[in-house]
Design a binder for this molecule. Structure first.
Ligand code: ADP
Length: 481
């Protein structure tokens, strides 16, 4: 039960509704109570002041008429009962020994009046008391004379009780108006709370519903919310995230279909070659050898694709980290050239290395090796017989630079933006002939980015291509890598 209440009240829309309700209701209740209290207090104050001043006039007359010592003065009694009539109440006179000497109700005459307010007034205080049950206000004032020592002396107390039942009536009237107002505010607060609560919580609820859909494996849709800047921000970020996820999902699907296609192609060729050999029955040994040679080439191609895929998966930013050591870049490039020279010679392509200075950098040797190898291999692959690949190495205090320039076929301008994409090839049939997978430059690009570096390409169709790479000499660990 407590858990249920806790869960209910911690919901945003309920919170907003309760808040709006409280903000509308609490002030009106406080205001009403304050107005009522102030009204009653002010009314009682002015009523008692009125009674005081009338009592004071009478008290003076009581002294001058000598009524305290010699009762029976009819004019004085008439005045006292006139006041009682005027205030629709009761007037009493008490002497200094607290004995009642006159009572317009004639009930307590002759009795000793032991009431706190009377004793206090007998000591000179002016007081009032409200009997809320019967709506009666009673004031007590001292009756004083100036004695022979020129001091003021209390010789009696005058009590005047007035009915204040009109106050209860007025308060009743006020409260009924306040209740009507309160009712109107309650309705207003409920409606407003409902509207605001629903509006503010809607995008959050929508986002949460969409996330639920995503968790269940269905497609997440973007949400549409306007106004209320923070919530707008939240929904726009949510939508950005959704489109990013969609893009990732799309590229993943594309990647999977590309990989499957790439892996299938050599297998299909091998199957065709093998089937035709089987179908031929007694084929000459030379044909067998030729076909087996072709099959071996396809196996090599398949191996190449798988190797590239493995390198790429290892390089994938989300699960890769750099194994950074201090590497002599000149030696690294020389060892790559040593490995590639026989291939270049076969294609009649000249490899030239130009090192401007010794370079030592903090890099991941294997990943950098892959990056540079792919660039040089491409320079050889997409070259013409008699062409060259020119590699130059340089550095400053912050970066080292590798330039791979070839005299090959070049890349059309419209393809320059795409060559770093996975599986992209400028001319598919031509590239297949040459034997690429379309992953080489994607791997190079990833490796360089992981090193905090940059790669640029410049190419003229039919003249050649130049790749410029810039990598920091010292590795800075990036957040989240
Ligand atoms: P591939 O395995 O096909 O070589 P890459 O990712 O290495 O894949 O390169 C992508 C495409 O870019 C290649 O298919 C090729 O068309 C083009 N390309 C890359 N390097 C060069 C180059 N040096 N000269 C001309 N074209 C190139």
């Amino acid at each position: 039960m407590i858990d249920f209440l806790h869960r209910t009240f911690s919901r945003l829309n309920i919170k907003i509704r309760v808040l709006v309700f409280a903000m509308a209701i609490v002030p009106i209740v406080i205001l009403s109570v304050t107005v009522n209290v102030i009204y009653v207090n002010r009314s009682l104050k002015s009523e008692s002041e009125n009674l005081y001043s009338r009592s004071e006039v009478l008290a003076k007359q009581v002294v001058t008429s000598g009524y305290l010592d010699n009762q029976g003065d009819v004019t004085m009694e008439l005045r006292l009962s006139e006041l009682a009539q005027l205030i629709s109440g009761r007037v009493m006179l008490v002497d200094s020994s607290l004995r009642v000497i006159y009572d317009t109700y004639s009930i307590d005459k002759g009795k000793i009046f032991l009431w706190e307010n009377v004793t206090k007034s007998a000591n000179g205080e002016q007081l009032y008391y409200v009997d809320r049950k019967n709506d009666i206000l009673t004031t007590t004032i001292p009756i004083t004379i100036i004695n022979d020592d020129n001091e003021s002396q209390v010789v009696g107390v005058l009590l005047a009780s007035a009915s204040v039942d009109y106050l209860s009536k007025n308060i009743g009237y006020l409260i009924s108006i306040e209740l009507i107002l309160l009712f109107m505010f309650v309705v207003f607060a409920i409606v407003l709370g409902y509207i605001l609560g629903t509006r503010y919580s809607k995008p959050i609820k929508e986002a949460s519903n969409q996330l639920d859909t995503g968790i269940k494996g269905d497609k997440i849709n973007s949400i549409d919310v306007k106004g209320y800047s923070e919530i707008e921000e939240l929904s726009s970020q949510f939508n950005t995230y959704v489109s990013k996820m969609e893009a990732i999902d799309e590229s993943r699907q594309e990647f999977v279909s590309n990989v499957s296609h790439e892996l299938k192609t050599p297998l299909t060729s091998m199957k065709v070659l093998a089937d035709s050999l089987i179908g031929m029955g007694d084929a000459p040994v030379e044909l067998y050898q030729e076909f087996i040679g072709d099959i071996s080439q396809e196996i090599e191609r398949e191996t190449g694709i798988i190797n590239d895929l493995l390198s790429m998966v290892r390089m994938d930013k989300s699960n890769a980290s750099l194994n950074v050591t201090s590497v002599n870049v000149n030696e690294l490039v020389e060892s790559i050239l040593k490995r590639l020279r026989p291939i270049a010679e076969k294609q009649n392509v000249e490899l030239v290395l130009e090192s401007f200075r010794p370079i030592t950098a903090e890099v991941d040797e294997i990943k950098l090796n892959l990056a540079i190898s792919n660039l040089i291999e491409n320079g050889i692959k997409y070259n013409n017989p008699g062409g060259f690949v020119h590699i130059s190495l340089n550095s400053d205090h912050q970066y080292f630079y590798i330039r791979v320039e070839d005299s090959g076929m070049g890349i059309p301008e419209e393809s320059l933006d795409m060559i770093f994409e996975r599986f992209y090839r400028v001319d598919k049939s031509h590239s297949r002939e040459i034997g690429g997978t379309g992953l080489g430059l994607a791997i190079t690009h990833m490796s360089i980015i992981m090193h905090g570096g940059e790669i640029k390409v410049d190419s003229t169709l039919g003249e050649g291509t130049t790749f410029d790479v810039r990598i920091p000499l010292s590795h800075i660990e990036e957040e989240g890598m």
